[in-house]
Write a protein that binds this ligand. Structure first.
Ligand code: NAP
Length: 248
């Protein structure tokens, strides 16, 4: 019988894993998306969209669709679904693997302030500069809405919804962005400070290099902890190994 792998997606790694698994004969792969992005790119295998209705709903889905392995390949800041996935897998007795790309580390020349939350980032900002490239994802913007004296540049695939800081300039664009793209954005908007979550990975790292090269401070929001007892593998190869598959 072909194993059914459910990937909780929304990341580049989830997309790569789906492509790898879908190309293997006899493997059924379904990717689950939250439905936050209006036009997500094409995905290999089957796709389902929308919340499950909490951990109980996800456990029910695992049973109903005879899922053999659950891979939580969600974003490091998608804290609720990761907690739900751990609970649902345990409840449905389905083995689970968590895929988490490693966080970023500062290198020589980086001027980073690490903070625990978006709220702490907002508190830190006024002393670091007035023109801010806010690269925290459009759903994180309400945490900065009270900062009326700062100018924000926000980049996002879909237009952000209020509440937003009053002086916000929205740049609609879909990554990946090269170092040249990021350097130009910082230059053109005369950015003083960058705010980012510690998402990790190559796809969105160029902004950090661009900030370093321009000598700009960066506020880095730390990741939430994984649920107690959960350990993660850092990449797609690690998941394939745990699934008992060699390289494709
Ligand atoms: P979250 O706060 O952890 O989850 C909130 C709720 O959204 C969950 O309880 C679940 O609803 C639903 N959900 C989340 N991910 C889902 C998935 N892959 N499939 C089905 N339902 C899902 O999640 P989030 O931070 O809003 O992230 C949502 C999605 O965007 C995830 O797929 C994540 O990988 C992706 N993403 C997030 C970020 C980020 O910075 N947070 C960045 C890039 C991509 P129910 O309880 O009803 O099941």
């Amino acid at each position: 019988m072909s194993p059914h792998v459910l990937i909780l997606g929304g990341t580049t790694e989830a997309r790569r894993l789906a492509a790898d698994l879908a190309a293997r004969p006899g493997v059924r792969v379904t990717t689950s998306l939250a439905g936050r992005v209006a036009r997500p790119g094409a995905l290999a295998g089957e796709v389902r969209t929308g919340g499950f209705g909490g951990p109980e709903g996800l456990a029910g889905w695992l049973r109903a669709h005879r899922v053999d392995v659950l891979v939580d390949a969600t974003h490091p800041f998608a804290e609720t679904i990761t907690a739900n996935a751990a609970r649902a897998a345990a409840a449905a007795s389905v083995p689970a693997i968590v895929l988490r790309r490693p966080g970023w580390r500062p290198g020589p020349g980086d001027d980073w302030t690490r903070v625990r939350s978006l709220a702490a980032a907002a508190e830190t900002l006024p002393r670091l500069g007035r023109r801010v490239f806010l690269s925290t994802g459009r759903l994180g913007l309400p945490a900065f809405a009270h900062l009326t004296d700062l100018h924000f540049v926000v980049r996002s695939v879909d237009p952000p919804e209020p509440p937003l800081p009053p002086d916000t300039e929205v740049v609609l664009a879909r990554g990946p962005f090269t170092l040249a793209d990021e350097t130009e954005l910082l230059r053109a908007h005369r950015i003083d400070v960058l705010v980012t979550k510690d998402s990790g990975g190559e796809a969105t790292a160029a902004k950090l290099t661009a900030a370093r090269e321009r000598g700009l401070p960066v506020v880095v929001v730390r990741r939430p902890e994984l649920p107690a007892g959960v350990t993660a593998v850092p990449d797609v190869a690690g998941v394939l190994e745990r699934l008992g598959f060699g390289p494709a």
